[in-house]
Design a protein. Structure first.
Length: 456
């Protein structure tokens, strides 16, 4: 099982890369290529009783890989012939049905600087009596001026079961360490069966504290935060919606934080998989409930029809700083010796630093071998050399998090080719990594430089 603090969720898939058509006019860049972005897959709940089943919405966008220039308004063709025997389509106003199995949808132009535009948002419902084994593809193609996309597609199936989902909770910026906040989302069931019990998974990163330790939850502390597994006994019927609220304390070491939550129909197997080989401790506070406590109802668990909306990640950034400091080392030896120089990245706090989304190193340092030496056998997982005309530059990166008051040391093996008294080189951090900019959180860049000195 993947550690719960890792990124959760499912993304829309860019279905196809387009080829540039002939005759592109000068109003837009001819090197542009169109993409069709749509859900990779969706499952339609089967119909119960009279009529069709609950609706599923497919949202389709058209984008391009170069934002320069203008792309004129275009047309998206949607082919539903493969699902017509088991699904009904409701077209929006910008789509004109050409037949029972195809529609053409107008989408707006993309001015210079615009990377994508919405093309169509239409509903699908399973027909009464549709076979739960039925499946097929909705297929898409787009044209705009002289640009023509390769086909995109969404696989559509039919199934019976609950379909739990979480609404998107807003990110939070500018939080103050030492204060309180919370994350609120809506839990809903858009399937056609009741989820008799729900397994809720929570993760709060190291700079956050879960305010409650519920008796129906198990907790695990780890290097990057706290995870919780909660079993909620209240049933969630089709069409029902419940608030899911989690209180959080913002710690003094908070900086770039995240909160993850997910839901799925409960099963013993799902709980055991989530527990993994780790040790969990049960809470002692009031139970986490979706509504007033009721008698537990236990039934055979059914799989969730569409797990793509079962997960949510909330970014919570605090107004805080972390002072990184580098220290180098002095080494000595005779010609032919191999010595180990050390460079240490210290985090003097008060915040910890973590890149739990992008996965960037807290700090990347760079330097060149001191005069008369050669860098040997760098650890491949954290260091590399980049050839340059004046000699290779060495780069070494820390892990993606560094706790407050913690440090990380690189061991740099140097072969002394010839003795040069007082040979030295400067080691410094790269302060402008777009994924994690040191300049944005470090109040003192002057101590982000140090030296390696050989045979002083």
């Amino acid at each position: 099982m993947k550690d719960p603090h890792r990124l959760l969720g499912a993304a829309l898939v860019c279905c196809a890369l387009a080829a540039t058509g002939a005759g592109a006019g000068p109003a837009y860049a001819v090197e542009n290529q169109l993409w069709i972005s749509a859900p990779y897959e969706t499952v339609l709940p089967g119909a119960d009783g009279d009529g069709a089943g609950p609706a599923r919405t497919l949202s389709v966008q058209v984008s391009r890989d170069v934002a320069a220039g203008r792309v004129p308004a275009g047309r998206l063709t949607v082919d539903v012939s493969e699902i017509a025997s088991f699904a009904r389509v409701s077209w929006p106003a910008n789509c004109r049905p050409e037949s029972e199995i195809e529609a053409v949808c107008d989408f707006p132009e993309m001015p210079a600087g615009t990377e994508s535009v919405p093309a169509a948002e239409f509903e699908l419902r399973a027909l009464q009596g549709a076979d739960v084994s039925a499946s097929g593809y909705v297929r898409y193609a787009a044209v705009a001026g002289g640009l023509t996309s390769h086909p995109g597609e969404t696989r559509v199936g039919v199934g019976n079961g609950p379909d739990l989902g979480l609404s998107r909770a807003e990110d939070q910026r500018g939080l103050t360490p030492g204060t309180r906040t919370g994350v609120r989302a809506t839990l809903s069931n858009s399937g056609n069966r009741t989820a008799e019990r729900t397994l809720v998974t929570l993760y709060a990163s190291y700079g956050l504290r879960l305010r409650e330790r519920h008796a129906n939850c198990e907790y695990r502390e780890h290097d990057t935060g706290t995870s919780a597994l909660c079993v909620v006994d209240e049933p969630v019927a089709p069409g029902q919606r419940y608030a899911l609220s989690t209180g959080l304390d913002v710690g003094r070491e908070a900086l770039y934080e995240r909160f993850d939550h997910s839901v799925q129909p409960y099963s013993d197997e799902a709980l055991e998989e989530a527990r993994g080989d780790w040790t969990w401790t049960r809470g002692t506070g009031a139970e986490l409930d979706l509504r007033p406590v009721a008698a537990a109802r236990v039934a055979a668990a059914e799989p969730d029809l569409d797990p793509q909306d079962n997960y949510g990640t909330v970014i919570l950034d605090a107004r805080n700083t972390a002072d990184l400091k580098l220290t180098g080392s002095r080494v000595s030896g005779a010609a032919g010796d191999t010595v180990t120089a050390r460079v240490t990245v210290h985090n003097r706090g008060p915040a910890w630093v973590a890149s739990l989304g992008a996965g960037a190193a807290v700090a990347t340092v760079r330097f060149r071998a001191p005069q008369g030496t050669t860098v040997l056998d760098l650890p491949e997982e954290e260091c590399w050399q980049q050839p340059e005309d004046s000699g290779p530059t060495v780069f070494c990166k820390t892990p993606i998090y560094l706790h407050d008051k913690a440090s990380y040391t690189f061991g740099i093996p140097l072969r002394i080719d010839r003795v040069v008294r007082g040979a030295r080189t400067t080691v410094e951090t790269l302060n402008d990594d777009p994924e994690l900019s040191i300049r944005k959180f470090d109040p003192n860049l002057r101590n982000n430089r140090t030296e390696i000195v050989v045979n002083r």
